[in-house]
Design a protein around this ligand. Structure first.
Ligand code: NDP
Ligand code: MG
Length: 395
């Protein structure tokens, strides 16, 4: 029996995780679930999976959560705030943490799980993009097992040779990691009409159903940029080891190319329950409730090279990856501000990349070597991005 904390239970990954867990009550027990704004959903989830703790991230909503918990007859203890998120991530009773909070807010609880040596199912890519070497070092020191949930990284993990040693691509005979991406909803749209892209248009992904922020990141391909950085850290690869390949159908979730010319790919329907089930059961396999691929149904299977004019955020992320930790932390922070501003209607779609680039250009180079310094860079970049937005896009 594995005991699991689900951080970000009310999100897209969180709901899919509870779906897989609920299919296997004999294998998984839920210790804690956490949410932020969706309190009713959180209570409904608590009714179904009977965790010991329900954590509300937003302290201001504690009373409301307690009232709802009484209405829903929840017996779990209700906790709130950042410390509680960390406590349920490193508790002695748990084996596994699903890290599925979106954005920088997930960094500290995810790190708490890593430092406590847990099995960490990593969906929250921003946490790794922000903290890179510190995150990986903490895992090495504690013995935490990091299993990638992002579908591409989960695919790459499945395509690596058994016993792959971190950073030893050459020794393993690997010539390239081929990171696939659909190209999002605007792959074929006229570039001249990009500044007319609406929030609704950017919020509908052709293949995947996901949370709001990652859906916008997929439309700008910042998501692939963050994944590029994520892949470097997860597998100890350098930027030259990774190639982004646009594969609009999203059946191949990524590939590993070997020096003998072989390419190993992982395929499946675009359903996050596959990587989630893989992470939960690793190294075994369990039913995830996912429809099997039907090869008679696949009309097209195509590939393209991404165009940086269409996807400037992808280039910004690859450049930041080459530059180092401060740049990726800043880019992630600026992007969170830019995406939120786009979703609030304050800036246009193409302005997201402008805000990101100008924020990076405004800031002096520094080196960061502690979580404290990373959090400072995150805060400074958010302020710089806000300033760019106020100066440029509001009258
Ligand atoms: P959602 O927006 O659907 O869910 C985010 C979760 O985080 C919710 O539970 C939300 O709570 C919670 N949350 C939001 N803000 C805070 C905060 N300040 N403090 C604590 N908790 C907070 O996101 P997704 O599930 O789509 O994505 C989660 C992570 O997984 C992201 O990092 C994303 O990049 C990654 N990922 C997602 C994939 C997908 O298919 N969805 C695929 C690959 C990676 P509430 O809803 O209650 O407000
Ligand atoms: Mg992905």
């Amino acid at each position: 029996m594995q005991t699991v904390t689900v951080l970000g239970a009310t999100g897209s990954i969180g709901c899919n995780t509870l779906d897989v867990i609920n299919r296997h009550p004999e294998k998984y027990r839920t210790f804690a679930i956490t949410g932020n704004g969706q309190l009713e959903l959180l209570m409904q989830q608590a009714q179904k999976c009977s965790p010991r703790f329900v954590v509300v991230a937003d302290e201001a909503r504690y009373k409301e959560a307690c009232t709802l918990a009484t209405e829903y007859n929840i017996t779990a203890e209700i906790l709130c705030g950042a410390k509680a998120l960390e406590d349920v991530s490193c508790a002695a009773e748990i084996d596994t943490v699903m890290a599925a909070i979106v954005g920088a807010a997930g960094l500290l609880p995810t790190l708490a799980a890593v430092k406590a040596g847990k099995k960490v199912l990593l969906a929250n890519k921003e946490a790794l993009v922000m903290s890179g070497a510190l995150f990986i070092d903490a895992a090495t020191q504690s013995g935490a097992e990091i299993l990638p949930i992002d579908s591409e990284h989960n695919a790459i993990f499945q395509c690596l040779p058994q016993g792959y040693e971190y950073g030893e691509l050459e020794k393993a005979g690997i010539s390239k990691i081929l990171l696939t991406g659909s190209g999002g909803p605007f792959r074929e749209r006229e570039l001249s009409s990009f500044n007319a892209i609406t929030i609704d248009e950017a919020s509908s992904h052709p293949n995947w159903s996901m949370g709001r922020k990652i859906t916008i990141d997929s439309a700008t391909m910042m998501n692939k940029g963050l994944e590029f950085i994520e892949a470097c850290w997860l597998f100890g690869a350098s930027p030259d080891d990774i190639q982004v390949v646009v594969h609009p159908q999203s059946f191949i979730h990524s590939m590993v190319q070997y020096v003998d010319g072989s390419v190993i790919a992982q395929l499946g329907n675009p359903d996050m329950r596959t990587p989630i089930a893989y992470g939960l059961a690793y190294p075994s396999r369990i039913d995830a409730g996912v429809k099997p691929l039907d090869f008679s149904d696949m009309a097209n299977f195509s590939f393209e090279t991404p165009c940086f004019t269409r996807y400037p955020n992808l280039k910004l992320a690859i450049d930041a990856c080459r530059e180092g930790q401060a740049a990726t932390t800043r880019l992630n922070a600026a992007n969170e501000i830019a995406v939120a501003s786009f979703l609030e209607g304050k800036i246009g779609f193409t302005d997201i990349a402008v805000v990101n680039e100008e924020t990076l250009n405004k800031m002096e180079p520094v080196t960061v070597s502690s979580i404290q310094q990373i959090l400072e860079q995150d805060t400074a970049a958010r302020a710089a991005a806000d300033q760019v937005i106020r100066g440029k896009f509001t009258c």
